[in-house]
Design a protein around this ligand. Structure first.
Ligand code: FAD
Length: 245
């Protein structure tokens, strides 16, 4: 059994958010952080590693500096990090992104008892689509909004997922994709010893040819959606402030 976890490096939106004239995020001028939900996915993977002794592999698609983030994850206990990067991947929408990450997971190899974990949502794109889309592309069952992993066996996982009206308990056959909520755990801090060990580890870097994808499956060409415009809506009506007790 191994746990594959997808982790996105995102702009730190807690500080000043810089926006380009066309409405897109000015990513270059902003600090980057590990997507918060993905830290919970990593922690869930490491907790399973502590319990079952399985290997944990992190995958990130992003520009070459994202390798630094993979090293941070190794300092938390992740065994291996795979960087998926290529000029052709720029401009990918969620479908193309899912296609690329799914291809990387498939290339790495999915075995019958593997679990793939993703965060529920990235704080920049905010769609929560990539986890379920990856699962569909890989032809695997998936459970979204997981708040607790109750039990894992060689053939299935039992988890709790949050829904609007309560909690569903789901038994799902492995291999499967789970997307996790922030409530699932508190991520551990990196350790200095593992940080030093992580420096020695090789980080595979995969581009389009390694994944067996064609140019028309990635980037703008492989995208099925186009953002036509982003804008802040005009305020509707005036607000009347009422003072007093
Ligand atoms: P979500 O679906 O909210 O993420 C859910 C989970 O999926 C995450 O928690 C994480 O575990 C996993 N995940 C998501 N993305 C990654 C990743 N890259 N690596 C590892 N795990 C991941 N963005 C750009 O930066 N540059 C562009 O040029 C660009 N062009 C775009 C063009 C279009 C038409 C559209 C629609 C979007 C574009 N985007 C671009 C945004 C980009 O598509 C999304 O950021 C990306 O697909 C992930 O979607 P999301 O952020 O909503 O992730």
């Amino acid at each position: 059994m191994k746990i594959m976890v997808t982790v996105k490096q995102v702009p730190d939106t807690s500080g000043k958010v810089a926006v380009n004239p066309d409405g897109t995020l000015d990513r270059a001028s902003m600090q980057t952080i590990i997507n918060p939900d993905d830290l919970n996915a990593v922690e869930a993977a490491l907790a399973l590693k502590d319990e079952l002794g399985c290997k944990v592999v992190a995958f990130t698609m992003g520009p070459p500096p994202a390798e630094g983030m993979l090293r941070e994850l190794m300092a938390m206990g992740v065994d291996e990090g795979v960087l998926i990067t290529a000029r052709e991947f720029g401009g990918s929408d969620t479908y193309a992104t899912s296609q690329i990450i799914a291809a990387a997971i498939d290339t790495y190899g999915v075995e019958s008892d593997d679990i793939i974990l993703a965060g529920r949502q990235a704080i920049d794109g905010d769609t929560a689509q990539v986890g379920p889309e990856m699962a569909e592309i890989l032809g695997l069952p998936h459970v979204a909004y997981v708040k607790k992993i109750r039990e894992v066996t060689e053939s299935e996982v039992v988890c709790e997922r949050e829904i609007e009206t309560g909690v569903e308990v789901i038994r799902v056959k492995l291999p499967a994709v789970l997307t996790v909520l922030k409530d699932i755990n508190v991520p551990r801090l990196p350790s200095y010893r593992m940080k030093m060990e992580g420096k020695e580890k090789e980080t595979p870097v995969w581009g389009i040819a390694d994944l067996g994808l064609q140019e028309n499956q990635v980037g703008m060409e492989g995208s099925v959606t186009t953002v036509m415009k982003t804008f802040t809506p005009d305020p509707r009506g005036n607000c009347r402030m009422i003072e007093g007790s």
